[in-house]
Design a protein around this ligand. Structure first.
Ligand code: SF4
Length: 348
C-alpha cells in the first residue's frame, strides 16, 4: 500500500499513522441541524460511532434517520448553511476534522476518506468519458500527466472488474449499465488510495443480482486494499455478509450498536427487531411480512421521550416521558431502549 499522507506536500493536516489509543475514524457526540425558513430540523442528535483499520461498519436506518448526513459531515460536503454543526467532533487519526480549514479538509477528502454515492448516473458527468473522470483527481491533485492518469484509470477499471477496460476507458457514462456505472464510481473513489471508504446506499438503484455483485466487489476490495469501510444502507438484508458491526440509526440517534452476529441473533431495540422481521425469509414463504407501523418522525418536531414511541408496539408511559439513555449491554453492545434487556431476552 502506498504512503497515504503528505503526498501533496506541505505539513500534513493529519498524522500519517493513527496515534496509540485513537480510532482510525471516530464520530463523537455529533449534532447537526438544518436551519430552514420553516424552522430548525434536528437531523443528527448526539451520534457517536467509530471505525478501525480494516473494519466494515454498517450504518442502518430508514430515509431521514441521519445516516447519510453523518457521512456528509465526515466528508465535509454539507451545505453550511443551511446545515449547522452546533457541537461534536469528527476525529480522523485523532485529529478533529471539524477544526480544519477547507484547504486541509480537501486534502483529507478523496485521499484519506472517500465516498461513493447511490446514484452513479447523476454523480457522473454525462459529457466526459469515464476514464477522464476517474483520472481527473489524479491529474489535479497528484499532478499525474494525462497519459499516466489514463493508465491509472484503466488499472482502476480493471480493479473493479469492468470487462475490456482498455477499450472502454473512452466510453461515456450512458454507454454503461447501472452496475458498471457503479463500478466506475467505485474506481473513482479508490483513485487516491483512501484509508476509509464510505459507501452510501451503493446498491439501491440496482437489481438484486447486480446488488449482490457490487456488495461482493466492495467486500473483496476492502480486504485487498486493507481499507476500512462505512456501509450506509436501509436494507439489513445486504449487510450480513459484509459488515463487522452495525449501528442502527433512528431520528438522528444511534439506537442500537452491536456486532453483526449478535444483532441478527437477538436485537436489543424494538426498531431493530422490526427491521429484522420485515426481511423476507425463504423459510416463511406465503406468510405476510411484518412491517413497522407509521412513518419516521418529522425532525422539526421529534416526539418526546423515546422518538420511536409512536411506532413502538412495546411503548409504556416512561417511553413518552423520558429519553432512554444509550446503555451498554456488555460486549461492546449498546441499546437506547428502556426495556433493552427484555427485548434482548425475547420477554417482550
Ligand atoms: Fe419502545 Fe419504549 Fe424502547 Fe422506545 S424506549 S423503543 S418506545 S420500548
Amino acid at each position: 500500500m502506498s504512503e497515504r499522507i503528505g503526498r501533496t506536500g506541505g505539513v500534513p493536516a493529519v498524522p500519517a499513522a493513527t496515534p496509540d489509543g485513537a480510532h482510525l475514524l471516530e464520530v463523537r457526540d455529533l449534532f447537526v441541524e438544518f436551519h430552514t425558513r420553516d424552522g430548525v430540523a434536528k437531523v443528527i442528535n448526539g451520534v457517536s460511532y467509530h471505525l478501525d483499520a480494516g473494519e466494515t461498519l454498517a450504518v442502518l436506518g430508514e430515509s431521514g434517520s441521519g445516516k447519510s448526513v453523518t457521512a456528509q459531515a465526515i466528508m465535509g460536503i454539507l451545505d453550511m448553511p443551511p446545515a449547522v454543526i452546533p457541537s461534536g467532533q469528527i476525529l480522523y487519526r485523532g485529529t478533529d476534522l471539524l477544526t480544519l480549514g477547507e484547504e486541509e479538509r480537501r486534502k483529507v477528502r478523496g485521499k484519506q476518506i472517500s465516498m461513493i454515492f447511490q446514484d452513479a448516473l447523476s454523480a457522473l458527468n454525462p459529457v466526459f468519458p469515464v476514464g477522464w473522470q476517474i483520472g481527473e483527481t489524479l491529474r489535479l491533485r497528484e499532478g499525474l500527466s494525462r497519459a499516466d492518469a489514463r493508465r491509472r484509470a484503466i488499472e482502476l477499471m480493471e480493479l473493479v472488474n469492468i470487462p475490456g477496460a482498455r477499450q472502454r476507458v473512452n466510453d461515456y457514462p450512458h454507454q454503461f449499465s447501472g452496475g458498471m456505472r457503479q463500478r466506475v464510481m467505485i474506481a473513482m473513489a479508490l483513485a487516491q488510495d483512501p484509508a476509509v471508504l464510505i459507501a452510501d446506499e451503493p446498491t439501491t438503484a440496482l437489481d438484486v443480482t447486480v446488488q449482490a455483485q457490487i456488495m461482493d466487489l466492495l467486500g473483496e476490495l476492502r480486504r485487498e486494499l486493507d481499507m476500512a469501510m462505512i456501509l450506509i444502507t436501509h436494507d439489513l438484508g445486504v449487510v450480513a455478509d459484509v459488515a463487522d458491526r452495525i449501528a442502527v440509526m433512528y431520528a438522528g440517534r444511534i439506537v442500537e450498536h452491536a456486532d453483526v452476529h449478535s444483532l441478527y441473533r437477538a436485537p436489543a431495540h424494538p426498531y431493530t427487531k422490526g427491521l429484522l422481521e420485515s426481511i423476507p425469509r425463504l423459510d416463511q414463504r406465503g406468510q405476510r411480512l411484518t412491517t413497522i407501523k407509521g412513518l419516521p418522525p418529522n425532525l422539526m418536531r421529534i416526539p418526546s421521550g423515546c422518538p420511536f414511541h409512536p411506532r413502538c408496539p412495546y411503548a409504556q408511559q416512561v417511553c413518552v416521558d423520558t429519553v432512554p439513555a444509550n446503555r451498554s449491554l456488555g460486549g461492546g453492545r449498546t441499546s437506547a431502549c428502556h426495556f433493552a434487556e427484555e427485548v434482548l431476552d425475547g420477554r417482550v
